[in-house]
Design a binder for this molecule. Structure first.
Ligand code: IMP
Ligand code: MG
Length: 171
């Protein structure tokens, strides 16, 4: 395993997720919510967050992968087919691991929006501080702002490895 530098400790993730869950619980009091999570990176965050949510909820998943387009740094997004429920008239909360170029998040947002949900909000664990070529949809709940560096752990991978690290680290 290559040497890593811890950027966000496990305890800090736990504490921040607790705060996010409290905010989310306050904004959905009687509504039933469908959590749409982007695979694969968002799963670890989802699992920790959802255990602290008190409303009735359902899960849905979008399996996306992004790759550099011809015009870097705008990346293109590929969607792999998975069953996806109708979001019409539902309260939707979109869960993402990280905002880098924003291509993946924007794609997921549009994918949800086109189904005419009753409401659509977003919860992103990490937002990289960097310039973005595309306008990014609103982020309602943001975990942490991080510097523009490549990170792994807590669901995020480097060549499919390190998703199981319980903290966020730089390589
Ligand atoms: P985007 O560039 O914002 O579309 O990010 C696309 C996807 O690339 C994210 O959802 C992550 O899964 C992955 N990604 C972006 N930045 C990082 C990183 O620093 N480490 C690991 N994965 C990343
Ligand atoms: Mg992702």
């Amino acid at each position: 395993m290559e040497e890593k530098h811890i950027l966000i400790q496990r305890e800090d993730l736990t504490q921040r997720i607790h705060q996010l869950a409290r905010e989310i619980n306050q904004s959905y009091t009687h509504e039933e919510v469908i959590l749409v999570t982007v695979l694969k990176g968002g799963v670890v965050f989802l699992v920790d967050l959802m255990k602290e949510l008190q409303m009735d909820l359902e899960l849905a998943f979008l399996y996306l992968s992004s790759y550099a387009g011809e015009k870097k740094p705008i990346s293109k997004v590929r969607e792999y087919s998975l069953p996806f429920p109708s979001l019409k008239d539902r309260h939707v909360l979109l869960i993402e691991d990280i905002l880098d170029t924003g291509a993946s998040f924007s794609y997921a947002w549009k994918r949800c929006q086109e189904q005419v949900p009753r409401s659509l909000k977003s919860c992103v664990l990490l937002v990289k501080d960097r310039d973005r070529e595309v306008e990014v949809p609103p982020i309602d709940y943001c975990g942490f702002h991080i510097p523009n560096v490549f990170v792994v752990g807590y669901g995020l991978d480097y060549q499919e490895k390190y998703r199981n690290l319980p903290y966020i680290a730089t390589m």
